[in-house]
Design a protein around this ligand. Structure first.
Ligand SMILES: CCC[C@H]1O[C@@H](n2cnc3c(N)ncnc32)[C@H](O)[C@@H]1O
Length: 474
């Protein structure tokens, strides 16, 4: 049974040798060789330094293309024309599934033609030298963004390649991302990733880790996202990670989003060890976008306004082409500038909004209840507790494809668009919390002259792409 214990150096070495043998480029991905490269980077390329010393929210897009020369061109454009403060490298789907052979084929096809045969940067195929060329060719610090349940080789190659920030975690890249992945196995895989980040940190290269807060990206109740962020943060801290960015995906109600971001920071600082520097990241709306680009910019703008009030350390921006999929570099840069405009205009204003404090109290109370359930299920061991809490449904994620989660809870928006739970499944909430949610959903039912039902959930899923926040009956 998996346990929340730091990997021993022998244990790390054994796994490291096996992982780096999975693909030829793994051979060069050693910490010893990489430290000198990292030490040669200027402070402006140290991801944790730049993020943790910022005085205003930093903007970061997602971006990844197959070819190295085109990734350099893309990131340079996003820096210069998008004014991005932090850079991404979004990894392709084959690499995320550990299909490095298919990624190689896709990269070869892309080199022979103009069409991108991959939907991201195949960092394992590019190898340590390719990653280092990318890191050296742009000005800003770069984060690896992906969605990989078994990210061990990807971490070994990209961290050796000079990246200093790595997204994801054993729950946030399992439950929303894969059907079959056994959670205990994923936790073990990510203990290697986090121990590797810990070893770099102990050797003087602070690696920033960013658990993926949005989860399924569709109406995720804030307390569920925050509880999972803190569990992944605790697991990473055990392995020696000292720079953690906890994430949260915008739901679209400004009161709830501001309250959630404040709760995320407060609870992250409370539950994580003092030696960990905790930052927060706000993801602009992760659900369906309106196809109309003007309306899409409205969604982006609301996210930016929310960030101006809540002031997370980082904002992951969206583009007006979100509905179509992977954006052009121009649209990606435009999403950054739209966000920048709203932030710069709104941050100089004092915007006091009613209801944030009571919403934050409720979110924190719910989050503590979920975390207590994890601690109890594991008898103090967070890894074991996470696995068992998902088995019983005490911890759960709506619409989760993973067999490791029950997916028994159902969210719906209340009468002003805050995300509540319509069906609690087996979530570890007391009756009073459940009554608060039920009462707020009942108020919507009265407004809409219909009973609280699954139809509300279904109507809410597409509401924003249809131009609204709440899925009112037509
Ligand atoms: C969980 C992440 C979903 C978001 O991730 C964006 N995304 C995916 N792949 C790329 C890429 N290669 N370049 C720029 N954005 C990308 C999608 O648009 C969506 O918003």
């Amino acid at each position: 049974m998996v346990r929340d214990e730091q990997l021993s150096s022998d244990g790390l070495a054994t796994i490291d040798e096996a992982v780096r043998a999975e693909w030829p480029t793994g051979e060069a991905a050693t910490v010893d060789d990489a430290i000198a490269f990292h030490e040669g980077l200027p402070p402006s390329k140290e991801f944790a330094t730049v993020l943790e010393s910022a005085t205003e929210p930093l903007l970061q897009p997602r971006a990844g293309v197959a070819r190295l020369d085109e990734q350099i061109e893309l990131l340079t454009y996003l820096e210069e024309t998008g004014e991005a403060d932090l850079l991404p490298t979004t990894i392709d789907s084959y690499t995320r599934d550990n299909e490095y052979g298919k990624a190689r084929t896709g990269l070869e096809k892309t080199r022979e033609s103009d069409a991108d045969a991959l939907n991201g940067f195949p960092a394992v195929n590019h190898g340590v030298d390719g990653c280092r060329t990318l890191v050296e060719s742009v000005d800003g610090p770069i984060e690896v963004r992906h969605g990989t349940p078994d990210a061990r080789l990807l971490a070994a190659v990209t961290l050796a390649g000079g990246f200093q920030s790595f997204e994801g975690g054993p729950i946030s890249y399992n439950i929303p991302y894969t059907k079959r992945g056994d959670l205990a196995t994923t936790i073990e895989h990510w203990q290697y990733v986090d121990r590797l980040a810990g070893v770099y940190t102990e050797r003087g290269v602070r690696i920033n880790r960013e658990p993926f807060g949005p989860l399924t990206g569709t109406l995720v109740p804030p307390s569920i996202a925050i509880a999972i962020m803190i569990v992944e943060g605790l697991l990473a801290a055990t392995q020696g990670v000292r720079s953690l960015t906890l994430g949260y995906g915008q739901v679209g109600n400004v009161v709830q989003d501001v309250a959630a971001l404040r709760a995320l920071r407060a609870l992250g600082e409370e539950y994580l060890p003092n030696e960990v520097c905790v930052t927060t990241v706000f993801h602009e709306w992760m659900g369906g976008f309106p196809p109309d680009e003007a309306r899409a910019n409205g969604v982006i703008g609301l996210g930016a306004l929310t960030a101006a009030i809540a002031r997370p350390d980082k904002v992951i921006t969206k583009s007006p082409q979100e509905f179509q999929g992977v954006p052009t570099k121009e649209a990606n840069a435009a999403g950054l500038r739209t966000t920048r405009q709203l932030l710069d205009m709104a941050m100089e204003q004092r915007l006091d909004i009613d209801g944030v404090e009571s919403e934050q109290d409720l979110i924190e109370r719910e989050t503590r209840s979920l975390l207590e359930a994890v601690f109890e299920h594991g008898e103090g061991d967070v890894a074991r507790g996470a696995v068992r809490a998902f088995e019983t449904g005490a911890l759960d994620v709506p619409f989760a494809p993973s067999e490791s989660a029950k997916g028994a809870c159902l969210p719906a928006r209340d009468d002003d668009g805050r995300v509540r739970l319509f069906d609690f499944g087996d979530l570890a909430f007391d009756d009073e919390i459940k009554e608060i949610h039920a009462a707020r959903l009942e108020r919507r039912a009265e407004t809409e002259d219909r009973s609280t039902s699954f139809h509300m959930v279904a109507d809410d899923v597409d509401a924003i792409s249809n131009g609204r926040l709440i899925g009112r009956p037509s």
